[in-house]
Design a protein around this ligand. Structure first.
Ligand code: PSV
Ligand code: MN
Ligand code: MN
Length: 424
């Protein structure tokens, strides 16, 4: 299924007048809107291949229809999102769920949809049918060297696959840890993990990055071997210049100050990228910005401040991705909503009066500092985000057009109602 550009153009024509009125008002409220719009046009958020199907919990799964049944169809789905918002120009593959049979054909298909291959993700948290050793008691940390070797070899194979596709980074998320006190020698688990990561790191091409995610709990419920940003930092610091910490918003203990973590990792030159989602209780993987939009804004506020302080390119120097699960919504609609929420938070952060904030901070004027941030957060920037889409040939209202064109219905007709996408 394709969304022809004339359909987008006619949708935009219908909404143009109302949009332009809002834009004029927004421009009267915010300085340098042209610079902000250009930054929004450049900003792309990768879509993970595992988020295109319905998720589930251990209590059940309620799939919608027309889900992608193959890597090709996953690429087509991301292509649809990108056509609608021009902000989802990359797909992140999970191996072995997404192994291409014909690399050249997959690359051609992705290029037809203007998509790049973002980070490749290894999987040592599940046992595959043909594997010799089980990951029941961990992978890179395992007390058994043969298991560690198998997990290392898998990661190196994922790098090879990524090279063939044109990816430039490997994301490692480990389920390793323990469920009961005494199960694990923490020091040895750390050392085994470090040695394993060193072998993987040695296989990275010179232009590649390794991202190490941390997660406070689950699937292990007593300890996780890369549990928080400090632990991830201590590994990536030892690994070398190509290794970075990856922040997944759902992987923190309650009330963690994620914006401060981001700021310090950036300062230490060890922030690699993001997995966006939102949560109330744990790794809920809900739509970005659905519950804590102010937190999302504060995170972007630190990102913009820290990246500008280091002269970094917002669009290119960090990895931006969604990592979400969709239990009750159409995954495509949810992903469009997440991208919109991320763009809004980014635009708000770009609109912060940094000079005034710095003066307020230096004068310990707490009230003014708070006013500046809250003012940026409470100013409606949606017209700027929409304008960025309009200028790049995407839809003024992506979810609205997705519904008007009955995209899901078309996918069900094409693929059938009972489809199961591979994913979390
Ligand atoms: C599990 O928590 C997880 O959601 C991690 O965040 C990874 O990024 C993802 O799975 C895919 O491996
Ligand atoms: Mn993640
Ligand atoms: Mn997660």
């Amino acid at each position: 299924m394709l969304i022809e550009s004339y359909k987008i153009a006619s949708h935009n024509d219908d909404l143009l007048k109302a949009h332009k009125n809002k834009l004029v008002f927004t421009a009267s409220e915010i300085a340098e809107t042209e610079t902000i719009i250009q930054k929004l046009i450049d900003f792309q958020i990768a879509i993970p291949s595992w988020a295109l199907g319905t998720g589930g919990t251990r209590f059940g799964r309620f799939p919608g229809g027309g889900e992608p049944r193959s890597l090709e169809e996953k690429i087509e789905d991301v292509g649809l999102l990108h056509a609608l918002n021009n902000a989802s120009g990359a797909i992140s593959l999970h191996i072995p769920w997404d192994i291409p049979t014909d690399y050249q054909a997959i690359k051609v298909l992705a290029a037809q949809h203007n998509l790049k291959f973002d980070a490749v993700n290894s999987n040592t948290f599940q046992d595959q049918a043909d594997q010799a050793h089980s990951y029941k008691f961990g992978s890179l940390q395992n007390v058994n060297k043969a298991v560690r070797k198998q997990a290392i070899a898998h990661n190196i194979e994922v790098i090879q696959q990524g090279i063939a596709l044109g990816s430039e980074s490997l994301t490692v998320w480990l389920a390793d840890g323990s469920c009961f006190p005494g199960q694990l020698n923490f020091r040895k688990a750390y050392q085994n993990t470090l040695e394993s990561l060193e072998e993987i790191y040695a296989a990275l091409p010179s232009n590649w990055k390794l991202f190490l995610e941390y997660k406070c709990a689950e699937p292990n419920f007593y300890s996780t071997t890369v549990a928080d940003w400090g632990q991830s930092y201590s590994y990536v610091k030892k690994l070398g210049d190509k290794a970075f910490t990856l922040v997944d918003l759902g992987h923190h203990l309650p009330n963690a100050n994620i914006e401060q973590i981001v700021s310090l990792l950036l300062m230490e030159e060890k922030l690699g990228g993001f997995h966006f989602n939102d949560s109330k209780y744990g790794d809920d993987d809900l739509t970005a910005g659905a519950l804590k939009p102010y937190q999302l804004f504060l995170i972007f506020n630190e990102l913009v401040e820290g990246m500008d302080a280091r002269g970094m390119n917002h669009a290119k120097d960090l990895g931006w991705m969604i990592d979400a699960s969709h239990n009750v919504k159409d995954p495509m609609e949810d992903l469009l909503q997440s991208v919109e929420a991320i763009m809004v938070a980014y635009a708000q952060a770009l609109s912060v009066d940094r000079k005034a904030l710095e003066i307020a901070q230096n004068e310990n004027d707490v009230v003014t500092a708070q006013e500046i941030l809250q003012n940026a957060f409470r100013t409606d920037v949606r017209a700027l985000v929409a304008e960025a889409r309009l200028r790049s040939g995407a839809a003024l209202n992506p979810v609205g057009l997705y519904r008007d064109l009955a995209v899901r219905k078309g996918l069900i007709t094409e693929r059938g109602f009972k489809t199961i996408a591979t994913g979390l």
